[in-house]
Design a binder for this molecule. Structure first.
Ligand SMILES: C[S@@+](CC[C@H](N)C(=O)[O-])C[C@H]1O[C@@H](n2cnc3c(N)ncnc32)[C@H](O)[C@@H]1O
Length: 302
């Protein structure tokens, strides 16, 4: 392990960890995600019907993307940073619907990076880069990060090390925003009452997000406090159970094609992970938070 990899290992998921999960291939994910390839919990407010239906899944993902753009205060002519941009659905919505002046996406996945570039979105740049290495020329008007925070620490880190890693993230985000600028964050989290030796954290680290660990709400609150006020908090674990039910059913419907693309072992692993994750959310051993954070008016010390 070289020095850079070692540094990343201590901080959370490495590019290798990320690629182990995401670079199974966009074609495989396209079989069961919505057409925009959004790979995170959707927002199902007011949407009635099966989550496996393409139109409903797409509507719920679109509602989620709009929610985060609104929460981050992104309007026409604004500048947006998307930390963990996946296959580019938020960037596309910001460019085509919100009319941003400039949007930048960061990902650690080479497959996602190539995919977003191939979309040719106007006024959008995508970087194959860790947020720790991002150095923008100008501040952003708002920042969104959906489903990436889970990758910023790993299981072997102590409580203090995790707080330090999360705090470093919030410090960087605050530095890229004007006073009162907003960060809209979505993350899976462990229920604060869950035991530290619970099998749920191990399950996610082993099967879902290698080299990663789920935060607790208390850790997020502690870590962000020097830089941000939490202004809105939504607890939407039921939305994730529903999203996972939809993905799982869609993968089953597309099993012939999935088996051809990735073979039986990967197909089975994903089916198991999607079904097991749904149960974890239904049992409330983990949940989903959408958190709006507003930078303090002036940088506070201590
Ligand atoms: C679950 S996907 C979510 C993608 C997208 N936000 C969505 O909702 O479809 C997590 C994303 O976070 C990115 N990511 C994880 N750790 C990162 C880091 N340290 N720096 C930049 N991106 C990171 C991954 O490459 C991936 O694009």
């Amino acid at each position: 392990m070289n020095t850079q990899t070692d540094r990343r290992r201590r901080a959370g998921a490495t590019a290798t960890d990320i690629e182990a999960h995401y670079d199974v291939g966009g074609d495989f994910y396209a079989l069961w995600l919505d057409p925009g390839l959004t790979y995170s919990c959707a927002l199902w407010d007011g949407i009635v019907g099966s989550p496996a239906r393409t139109d409903l899944l797409a509507a719920a993902q679109h509602a989620k993307l709009r929610y985060h753009l609104d929460q981050a205060g992104i309007t026409a002519g604004g500048r947006l940073l998307d930390i963990g941009c996946g296959w580019g659905s938020l960037l596309r919505t910001a460019a085509e619907e919100t009319g941003v002046r400039h949007a930048v996406g960061l990902t650690l996945s080479a497959d996602q990076h190539a995919h977003v570039r191939s979309l040719g979105l106007p006024r959008v740049d995508v970087e194959l880069r860790d947020w720790r290495d991002h150095e923008p020329d100008d501040p952003y008007d708002g920042i969104v990060s959906i489903g990436a925070f889970e990758h910023f620490t790993h299981q072997a880190m102590s409580h203090e090390e995790r707080i330090g890693a999360y705090r470093a993230f919030f410090e960087r985000c605050a530095g890229w925003l004007p006073p009162m600028g907003r960060l809209s964050l979505q993350t899976i989290a462990l229920a604060d009452h869950a035991d530290h030796d619970d099998s749920v954290p191990d399950f996610f680290a082993r099967e879902v997000f290698p080299g990663s660990a789920l935060p607790r709400l208390s850790e997020i609150a502690t870590a962000c406090e020097p830089y941000f006020a939490i202004t809105t908090l939504r607890e939407d674990g039921a939305d994730y159970a529903r999203t996972l039910r939809g993905w799982s059913a869609r993968l089953f419907q597309a099993r012939e094609e999935a088996l051809r693309l990735v073979g039986p072992d990967t197909y089975r692993r994903y089916r198991t992970y999607l079904r097991a994750s749904e149960i974890v959310f239904l049992r409330q051993a983990s949940t989903l938070y959408r958190i709006t954070l507003r930078r303090w008016p002036a940088r506070r010390t201590g």
